[in-house]
Design a protein around this ligand. Structure first.
Ligand code: SF4
Ligand code: SF4
Length: 362
C-alpha cells in the first residue's frame, strides 16, 4: 500500500523506522538500495490539451508496448525500486493499462499509483480496480477558477467525479493533485479543504514553467498562469494555512518543509534535487514513454539519449547512469515539484540511515 500519510512525523529521531514503514522493507534490503521511487511516462499521448502542459509537446517516434512496460516494471523491482507512479501523458488512453496494474499487484511487491485526468468511463474504472488499483491521483487543480480554458475545467470536474466513484468502489488511497497558478490562487484553500473533508489526500505544488525540456516553447497564453513575486504574500498565507490544517489532521500530502518553501521556491523555482559538491542519486528514476531514462519529470536530458530502462539490468551500467545523471543534474537551475522534493527527503533518510555508525554492520 502507499503509505505517504505519516511522512510529516519523520523527524530525525524517527529515521530508522520511516523508510521501513513507508515501503515495508527490511534493513537488509535497504542497505543495497540507491533509489527507492520511480515515475514513468507510460505514454506522452493525451486526450486533453491543457494550457500549461509541456509533456504532450514532445512526440516520440516510438513508445514502449505493454509487454515492454511489464518487462520494465520487473527491472525496476530488480534494481530496488519500491514505489512506481504511473503517469503520462494520460496512462488510461492505453488499453493495456489494466494488464500492467495486474502485473504490479500480483507479480511484484512494489507499491504503485496512477495519476490521470480521469476522462475515462465506468468500464475502464472497473477494469483498473479489478486489476488491483489501490492508489489513484486525479488532477483537480482549477476547481472553481473563473478564468479557465475548457480543457482545464474538464479535467478538474472529471477528477472530482472519478475520486468519488473510486471511493465508492473501495479504492483505499485517493489523492488530488493541485497545481497552484496565478489563475486559481484565490480558491486553492477552498479546494483543499473540500477534498480533505471528503477523505481525499491533497498533493500540491506550484506551476512549473520556463526551464527545461521544451519549456522555451511555452505559449504566450501561459503568461496568465505564472506565479511571480507579486504572488508571494498570497503563497505565504496559503503555506501557513496548509501547515496549520495539516497539523490539525487535514489530509495534506506534502511535508511541512515543502510547504514552508512554497512562497519562495514556488515563485523562483530554484529548489535543487542535488548539490554540486556531493554526488547523489536521483530522488526518483523517471522513465519516458520510449523507455529512455530521463533526467527528471521536467527534462529528458542528455541521459535519455544514452540509456534505456532495459540497460539498467546491468549493474555497472546502472551505476554509470547514476553518475551521468548527477553530472548533468547538478547544473540545473531548479524546480519545485512536491513529488521530487519528498522523494529527495526519503533519499536523504536512506543516506543518513546508511551512514549511521554501526548500522547493520556486516
Ligand atoms: S491532462 Fe495532463 S498530460 Fe493531458 S494535457 Fe493535461 S496536463 Fe497534459
Ligand atoms: S532540480 Fe532536479 S528535479 Fe528539478 S528540474 Fe532540475 S534536475 Fe529536474
Amino acid at each position: 500500500m502507499v503509505k505517504h500519510s505519516g511522512i510529516s512525523k519523520y523527524t530525525s529521531q524517527y529515521i530508522p523506522d520511516a523508510l521501513w514503514d513507508i515501503f515495508n522493507i527490511t534493513p537488509e534490503e535497504l542497505k543495497g538500495l540507491s533509489v527507492l521511487e520511480s515515475s514513468v511516462y507510460l505514454t506522452r499521448e493525451c486526450n486533453l490539451k491543457c494550457q500549461y502542459c509541456k509533456i504532450i509537446k514532445t512526440e516520440l517516434p516510438k513508445e514502449l508496448t505493454i509487454e515492454e512496460w511489464i518487462e520494465a516494471m520487473d527491472i525496476l523491482e530488480d534494481i530496488g525500486i519500491k514505489f512506481v507512479n504511473i503517469a503520462g501523458g494520460e496512462p488510461t488512453v492505453l488499453d493495456g493499462l489494466p494488464r500492467i496494474i495486474k502485473h504490479l499487484s500480483t507479480n511484484t511487491k512494489m507499491d504503485f499509483s496512477i495519476v490521470s485526468n480521469s476522462l475515462f468511463g465506468a468500464k475502464k474504472a472497473e477494469d483498473l480496480v479489478d486489476a488491483g488499483l489501490k492508489a489513484y491521483i486525479a488532477s483537480v487543480d482549477v476547481l472553481g477558477g473563473g478564468d479557465m480554458k475548457v480543457h482545464d475545467l474538464r479535467k478538474s470536474s472529471a477528477g472530482l467525479k472519478m475520486l468519488v466513484k473510486l471511493k465508492e468502489m473501495g479504492v483505499p488511497y485517493l489523492c488530488a493533485n493541485i497545481v497552484i497558478s496565478a489563475t486559481n490562487i484565490d480558491n486553492v484553500m477552498d479546494v483543499v479543504k473540500f477534498l480533505s473533508d471528503e477523505g481525499i489526500w491533497v498533493n500540491i505544488c506550484p506551476i512549473i514553467w520556463g526551464k527545461g525540456d521544451k519549456w522555451d516553447e511555452i505559449d504566450i497564453e501561459d503568461e496568465r498562469y505564472r506565479l511571480g513575486p507579486e504572488h508571494t504574500d498570497k503563497l505565504k498565507a496559503i503555506a501557513s494555512e496548509l501547515i496549520e490544517i495539516k497539523r490539525g489532521g487535514a489530509l495534506i500530502l506534502p511535508t511541512e518543509p515543502y510547504l514552508e518553501g512554497l512562497p519562495s521556491h514556488g515563485v523562483l523555482l530554484d529548489w535543487r534535487c542535488c548539490t554540486e559538491k556531493i554526488e547523489t542519486p536521483p530522488p526518483r528514476l523517471t522513465i519516458d514513454a520510449d523507455g529512455s531514462m530521463m533526467s527528471c519529470i521536467n527534462m529528458r536530458g542528455d541521459v535519455a539519449e544514452k540509456y534505456k530502462i532495459f540497460d539498467m539490468r546491468n549493474k555497472d551500467t546502472y551505476n554509470k547512469f547514476l553518475r551521468d545523471w548527477w553530472a548533468e543534474a547538478k547544473s540545473c537551475d531548479g524546480c519545485y515539484w512536491s513529488t521530487m522534493a519528498m522523494a529527495s527527503e526519503r533519499q536523504d533518510m536512506l543516506t543518513q540511515l546508511k551512514n549511521k555508525p554501526g548500522w547493520l554492520e556486516s
